[in-house]
Design a protein around this ligand. Structure first.
Ligand code: NCD
Ligand code: ZN
Length: 347
């Protein structure tokens, strides 16, 4: 039986770091295990211009504790006012690695997102030309569409037509939660990838709703039926390079999660790597964890695989994590998988 596993240091291809005291509190949780992360731009106000991204990058590096290394890969928040020239210059300089499409109103701090895709066509064409990926929050926001159907409807009514209109645009379907998401990613031979979160490999919608409502399992896109979780597990562990890790670790203070109108987001930065080792072992695919967490992402983004490594070790007693991370902004509850996990990060 495998007791240790050493892989190239993993990266997180979808992460929320926030700003200020929250950034200070959560950044070490990611930097402890991950070399790089695609950092989401949904701050208040959002990271819209290259200048915003440069300033945010400096704040992230300033918040990094002495002795830790971490490379933030910056993104821009696409708005109907985004200037193609600003995006292209930010990509060419290496500052910005992707642009994020939030349909207006789809999730936390997305009210400034895109309402009419025709209005951002010029930006998308410039991105296709420059090879800069579009990271897509793939949910429609129309009130008539059931929340559990919003991803599948988005693929058919928005994503597929968009890809046809802007050929050559590289797309990341972020945090896919459905079999339809898996099938669509598989149907595109190149130029499209999909990230999968840790928590969507572990919970389905029953975990949120059965036996009392569990606010710390509520995130967007919301977890779906068990058949979808199984499709995600199969995709993540299949070895298909179109699928890679984006934790979507999204910290909110407990007071806003345990609330009458609770915020969406699961905080998984602390324990993602042990949880993934558990899931991949359960699937008989431990040897594929390094593809999912360390190799497929850099390959899609055209970046080198990290030279440094991370060693996971399986112990006889269950790994203990802090139930909460104390941040200057307030406590943040760490994702609880609901079962014992014997894998841990060595060192
Ligand atoms: C994210 C957040 O809190 O910023 N929440 C979430 O549930 N994933 C936003 C997002 O990525 O949708
Ligand atoms: Zn997110």
């Amino acid at each position: 039986m495998t007791r240790t596993l050493t892989i190239p240091r993993p990266d997180d291809w979808h992460l929320h770091l926030r700003d200020g005291a929250m950034l200070q509190g959560v950044l070490p949780e990611t930097a402890r295990h991950f070399a790089r992360a695609i950092v989401m731009p949904n701050l208040v106000p959002p990271v819209v211009t290259a200048a915003d991204a440069a300033a945010y990058r400096s704040r992230i590096l300033a918040a990094l504790p002495a002795g830790m290394t971490f490379e933030p890969l910056m993104t821009l928040y696409l708005t109907e006012g985004t200037e193609p020239a600003d995006v292209v210059a930010a990509a060419r300089s290496g500052l910005v690695k992707a642009v994020k499409l939030y349909p207006a109103g789809a999730t936390t701090n997305s009210h400034g997102g895109v309402r009419d895709l025709d209005r951002v066509r010029g930006v998308l064409e410039a991105m296709a030309e420059a090879g800069l990926p579009l990271c897509v929050h793939g949910e429609v926001t129309t009130a008539e569409v059931d929340i559990f159907d919003r991803e599948a409807v988005f693929i058919d009514t928005v994503l597929d037509p968009l890809r046809a209109r802007v050929p050559g645009l590289r797309v990341v379907m972020e945090h896919i939660t459905t079999r339809q998401g898996v099938d669509y990613a598989r149907s595109v031979p190149q130029g499209l990838a999909a990230t999968i979160t840790t928590h969507h490999l572990i919970i389905n919608r029953n975990h949120i709703l059965v036996g009392g409502i569990k606010p710390h399992y509520y995130c967007l896109p919301v977890a779906k039926r068990e058949e979808h979780r199984l499709a995600l597990r199969e995709a993540a562990t299949s070895g298909d390079a179109r699928f890679f890790l984006g934790t979507d670790s999204a910290p909110h203070i407990d007071a806003l999660k345990e609330h009458a109108c609770g915020c969406a987001g699961c905080f998984t930065a602390t324990n993602t790597m042990p949880l993934l080792a558990h899931v991949f072992e359960e699937m008989g695919a431990l040897d594929r964890l390094e593809g999912f967490a360390s190799r497929n992402g850099p390959a899609f983004y055209g970046l080198p695989v990290n030279d440094a490594t991370l060693t996971l070790v399986k112990r006889d007693s269950a790994t203990q994590w802090p139930a909460k991370i104390e941040t200057g902004a307030g406590p943040v509850t760490v994702f609880d998988p609901g079962f014992p996990v014997f894998w841990d990060v060595a060192g």
